[in-house]
Design a protein around this ligand. Structure first.
Ligand SMILES: [Zn+2]
Length: 123
């Protein structure tokens, strides 16, 4: 009888140890998840900020060059078309329809360029 009790005590001891181990693992996982969430929140905030800047630059560009319109945007470039006039509003020259005007954000500024000329857009 007392040996059965010893076995049960031993079993309880093992289970308590296992439980403590699992609790520690759980705490570690929770900590990692929270860190990951924090990193993601920061990243989202950065991207929202960047997006806001890009939208601002785009608005300024379209405001200063009313005969440009945005054709499409990729991750790093905006592509503009010229609405009615044949002359490029950047270089005042005529270039072909297939020649696109690109906008890109670099070194903290927004630049638009055609084949002839690059202009920094200033807010
Ligand atoms: Zn041009």
């Amino acid at each position: 009888m007392s040996s059965e009790l010893e076995v049960l005590k031993q079993r309880i001891f093992e289970l308590e140890a296992k439980n403590a181990e699992l609790e520690a693992e759980k705490a570690e996982l929770l900590k990692r998840i929270m860190e990951e969430n924090t990193r993601r929140d920061v990243r989202v905030e950065e991207l929202e900020q960047k997006n806001k800047e890009l939208e601002t630059r785009l608005a300024i560009t379209l405001d200063q060059y009313p005969n440009l319109y945005r054709e499409f945007s990729s991750e790093n470039f905006d592509y503009y078309g010229i609405t009615d006039e044949k002359l490029c509003p950047l270089c005042k020259l005529e270039h072909g329809d297939e020649e696109s005007i690109e906008g890109t954000y670099k070194a903290g500024s927004y630049f638009i360029k055609c084949e002839q000329r690059e202009i920094e857009m200033v807010a």
